[in-house]
Design a protein around this ligand. Sequence first.
Ligand code: C2O
Length: 575
Amino acid sequence: MEMDLKNYWSSVFFLFLVVVLWLSCATAEIHFHEFVVRATPVKRLCETRSIITVNGQYPGPTIEARNGDALVVDVVNRANYNVTIHWHGIRQLRTAWADGPEFVTQCPIRPGGRYTYRFRIEEQEGTLWWHAHSSWLRATVHGAIVVYPKLGSSYPFPNPDREHRVILGDWWNEDPVRVIERALRTGADPNVSDALTINGQPGDLYRCSRKETTVFPVTSGETNLFRFINAGLNSELFVGIAGHSMTVVAADGVYVKHFDTTILMLAPGQTTDVLLTADSPAGCYYMAAHAYESAQGTAFDNTTTTAILDYLDPPPLHKAVANRTRQPAFPVLPDFNDTSAAYAFASSFRSAVPVTLPGPVDHHLFFTVGLGLFDCPPGQVCGGPNGTILTASMNNVSFQTPTGASILEAYLRGVPAVFTADFPAVPPVRFNYTAESVSRDLWQPTAATKVYQVKYGSVLEVVMQGTSILTSEEHPMHIHGYHFYVLATGFGNFDRRRDAARFNLVDPPLRNTVGVPANGWAVVRFVADNPGAWLVHCHLENHMSWGLAMVFLVENGVGESQSLEPPPADLPLCV
Ligand code: C2O
């Protein structure tokens, strides 16, 4: 009898397992999208301009999917620019061909051309985003990716009553591609943006913008999930909402240990999900964002973008009040240069689940990240400081984007002279990286295309060390194809003997973009378990344009599951 019962229960359990497995396979979906990249007239700041969009939308369309789904995005280029699309934060396991950075994993889609990106979302959920990865097209070619939990599972917090997407961006009264091309030609700093935006709208504080200000409807007592994305090119942003505090629940598409805050700081590339309960008196409240400018004495966009939280209930009274005054309360934002506020916020992130840290470390890497200057070629006039050319580098190598073939293709087909595999593991010269004045001899990097090559499965620990060359500034460093544990960040020169004690080995957050504090450092660790060529770069677009980038080349492992898929037949080539 006892035996039978046991059998009975194990068959029930077995059946249950079969059903669960069947459900999880049967519910994975394939989502098809067509992205038509084209010029679109858009009116902002009193002027109508032609900008490059996807499907005529700015910001672009949101991609919604569930963890486990597959995406097929057919990108049709009807613009007069080369274009590629990157799926920021999607791991692209074995599908590096779909990652997007031009001349790293593919050649650009030429005007009139098309390319279909095919990839899976594997064990990821939360807020990610997509953006152009060619010149400065990202300014207007971007949108959200929202990955919901698998069917039958739910958020690790009570289901919110309402969800909102908040895409922070910046706006130029000029074609952003022109802005950077002119800067690179002259060696000068690119112009700063003319406005900051929330969901494509500058908001009440700018000319001709009041009518279009973004409104987020809320209802008293309800819980809202706000998904923030900083899609801007060059501004790190403080964000606040008057009269409300927020509970941070996720960042970069990974759940984190909850914490309460009244301000957020997002660097370009980062996402943050927060819960907000509409528990203030019914009315209108400003959401506002302005720059966190970590550099001293450089020009930056010091304007403030706003949106409005509008309580939908109880209608007559508050509508009357709101319409009469429409002077919503304004949040308190930290000062532009408030590094302690930015650092305190960035240091609040912890993993939501216990972490088994990968180890032992196979590659201890130490990369400097910072700016520099090239001398002006004889006979030319250059627009950088004292007639120089502005540049940037990692370990004194200023990344040169190849032109003849993508790095990934060159690697697999053995195309010579596209890159060299000698990116240095440590700076070629050790110096006092954060000194008040670094010798001018160290300001000029080497321009080259160098990769750091590792075996499949190696454990990498990277110290990213900011420098004070020219100006110290926070650098939001992004690694393609991976999420990494942020073990610690700090100020000054990293010193392993002293600073290893500060590593969070228990619950470090898993991110894809980490701010290396101004004149400071960040230490990250990850397993190189995704074969391909993976760009590492500062997500401030001006710095990336200057060469603040490098590439990890990760070899195939053993067998199909550890190897890159074959290149798609329609992969754009350079010829
Ligand atoms: Cu948002 Cu190269 O990345």
